[in-house]
Design a protein around this ligand. Structure first.
Ligand SMILES: Nc1ncnc2c1ncn2[C@@H]1O[C@H](COP(=O)(O)OP(=O)(O)OP(=O)(O)O)[C@@H](O)[C@H]1O
Length: 251
C-alpha cells in the first residue's frame, strides 16, 4: 500500500523522501518494517505513532539514511540513498537531513552559537547568515548565543537543536520524541515552533512520538503496527490518535 501522505503531489520535485516497499529484517527477529511505501511531501509536518515495537524508529532510520533497508528503495530528493555506500550516505545525510532528539544532543563544551553551526562545519559548507539569523530570531535565542548548553533551560536547548537541525536548509528534518524531556508548556512551544518552521518557512518535518497531544500538532499522522502503516489520519486530534493507538496496543 502506498500511504496517502501527498498522494496528489507524488513527483520528484514535490516530495522530499519516498519509500517504496521498504522491508527491514533483523536476524532472528520479526520484520521491523514490512513493505512500507510512503511519500513525504515537501513542506509537510508528519507525525509517526504506534505501539512500542511497531517499527517507528526503524522507519526513521531507513528514511533518513541512518540505516539501509533489507529490500526496497529510499529516495531522498532525487538520490536513491538505499543504494549508496555508507560514506556517501553520511555525506548526503550531513547536507540534506536534520535531526532533533529527545535529549537535545548539544555539545556541552561548545557555545550555543558554535553548536548551531556545527552541521555546516561538518559538511564543509559556509553558513547562510540571513537564514541563520531568521532561525535564531524565530526561536528567540539571540541573547543566548554565547552561553553553554547547560546554562539554558530544556526548552531553550531544544529550540537551539531546532535551529541546528534547520541551519543547512535540509530536505527533511527527523524529530525523535522531541518533547519527551520537556514540561507541558515548553513542549507546546517546541511543537508550535516546528509547525511554524513548516508552515511559514516551508521546511519538512517527520516526527516520531508516543504522545498523541504532540502528534496532533502535525498535518498528518501515520499510525504503525507490526512494521506497517495501518492508518493515515489527516488533521489529527489527540483524542482520536490516543484511542487508535490504545486499540492497537490491546489487539
Ligand atoms: N537492532 C535490532 N536488532 C534486532 N531487532 C531489532 C533491532 N532494532 C529493532 N528491532 C526490532 O524491530 C521491531 C521494531 O522496532 P522499533 O525500534 O523500530 O520500534 P518502535 O516502534 O520504534 O518502538 P519503541 O516505541 O518502543 O521505540 C521490534 O520488534 C524490535 O525489537
Amino acid at each position: 500500500m502506498r500511504t496517502a501522505a501527498g498522494r496528489s503531489q507524488r513527483t520528484k520535485t514535490l516530495s522530499t523522501v519516498e519509500l517504496t516497499q521498504v522491508t527491514k529484517s533483523y536476524p532472528n527477529g520479526p520484520r521491523a518494517l514490512d513493505e512500507v511505501s510512503l511519500t513525504v511531501p515537501r513542506g509537510s509536518f508528519i507525525a509517526v505513532m504506534g505501539p512500542s515495537g511497531s517499527g517507528k524508529s526503524t522507519l526513521m532510520h531507513c528514511a533518513s539514511g541512518l540505516d539501509i533497508p533489507t529490500s526496497g528503495r529510499v529516495v531522498l530528493d532525487d538520490t536513491v540513498i538505499s543504494e549508496l555506500s555508507e560514506t556517501r550516505r553520511t555525506e548526503l545525510r550531513r547536507k540534506r537531513v536534520g535531526f532533533i532528539f529527545q535529549s537535545y544532543n548539544l555539545l556541552p563544551s561548545l557555545s550555543i552559537a558554535d553548536n548551531l553551526t556545527l552541521p555546516l562545519r561538518l559538511a564543509n559548507t559556509a553558513p547562510d547568515k540571513d537564514w541563520l539569523r531568521t532561525l535564531i530570531d524565530r526561536v528567540g535565542l539571540a541573547d543566548r548565543l554565547a552561553h553553554r548548553p547547560a546554562e539554558l533551560s530544556g526548552g531553550q536547548q531544544q529550540r537551539a537543536a531546532i535551529v541546528r537541525a534547520l541551519v543547512a536548509r535540509p530536505a527533511v528534518v527527523f524529530a525523535d520524541e522531541p518533547t519527551g524531556a520537556l514540561d507541558l508548556r515548553s513542549a507546546r512551544d517546541v511543537l508550535d515552533l516546528l509547525r511554524e518552521m513548516v508552515h511559514s518557512l516551508g521546511q519538512t518535518v517527520v516526527m516520531v512520538t508516543h504522545d498523541a497531544a504532540a502528534a496532533a500538532h502535525a498535518d498528518l499522522a501515520l499510525i504503525m503496527a507490526d512494521g506497517r502503516i495501518v492508518d493515515t489520519v489527516h488533521a489529527p486530534t489527540a483524542a482520536d490518535l490516543a484511542r487508535r493507538v490504545t486499540e492497537l496496543e490491546t489487539e
